[in-house]
Design a protein around this ligand. Sequence first.
Ligand code: NAD
Ligand code: TYD
Length: 338
Amino acid sequence: MNVLITGAAGFIGSNLTHYLCAERPQWKITALDALTYAGNLENISALVDSKKIRFVRSDIVDQVGVEALFASERFDLVLHLAAESHVDRSIHGADVFVRTNVLGTQNLLSAARGHGVKRFVHISTDEVYGSLGPTGRFVESTPLDPTSPYAASKAASDLMVLACAKTHKYEAIVTRCTNNYGPYQFPEKLIPLFITNALENKKLPLYGDGMNVRSWLYVTDHCDALLAVAERGRAGEVYNIGGAAEAEIPNRDVTFTILKLLGKNSDLIEKVADRPAHDRRYAIDYSKINKELGWKPRTPFPDGMQKTVDWYLANRGWWERVKSGDYATFYEKNYRNR
Ligand code: NAD
Ligand code: TYD
């Protein structure tokens, strides 16, 4: 199997690349990434150095570059994760979200179909469904009702992928996942930001009343689901991927868990102004993927949090480089002229 992973130097993409190298060592993997602020080649450099994968620096919006890549290599499968992924950034500037998430996805999809790539798995988010009240869960047929520019751009790209599957009978699939956490997550998202700030004795900026609920999924469980969908998912379908019911936790409690694991005091918490249109609650009904593909989340939240905190403790150099901006030149310094 010849596989292209986009966004492979980001959080989930790098975890997925490591995971697939271990689980499917016979697969030939090309890792594509533009190395934006969120992409860090250090995350997968061990795999590049040992020649387990090939790395291509490319922007998915660049039609010429993408076309040349697909013309030079016959991929069987595209796992598409490249995206602008942070809600707060999308509130401050939506243009790049439309560019990458909508135009980039369409560009990649056209090239994949045009070059006869059999399968295209588009990794999306539960945020396309908008916000839940105190009860209920998102199912695959829940109407799309995105509230942030990020979620709106992902919803638009989902619709392009699903329309392509219908119009051209193309084997494209959309997955919609809840919030992931684990190693290599860029410290702008809640869990890595709060872990690393606490380690630096900096304040933890908790939005609003801290009672917004997210359904937390350990990143390796997401990788398990993506492999199942890639190998056995039905073309043209949407699959929701979510955390277990006990992992549906308000931000305030996630924050206390982090402080407890690090032995830090709750006076580090700083209540700050709420995010505009802050979605109150996400929760996923994952019974479709469970029934069809036998997937369910396996890592209990306390175990996943312990592993995550341990990783950030053991990899202080990684997140200090990321937080100081130092990581951004890693590719130029070590790989550009190879
Ligand atoms: P991330 O921001 O950590 O990584 C995104 C990667 O995409 C980066 O390496 C970046 O350099 C790359 N990229 C951005 N623009 C690009 C472009 N124009 N061309 C090529 N590469 C580009 O994001 P993540 O958290 O790993 O999320 C990966 C995917 O999963 C995204 O599509 C996101 O919408 C989706 N998702 C994430 C979560 C989550 O909790 N993190 C949950 C559900 C879905
Ligand atoms: P985030 O990690 O940005 O993911 P998403 O917005 O995609 O769910 O945020 C998770 C939750 O944490 C969300 O309810 C917003 C909240 N949050 C804070 O309270 N403070 C912060 O500094 C951040 C980044 C998030």
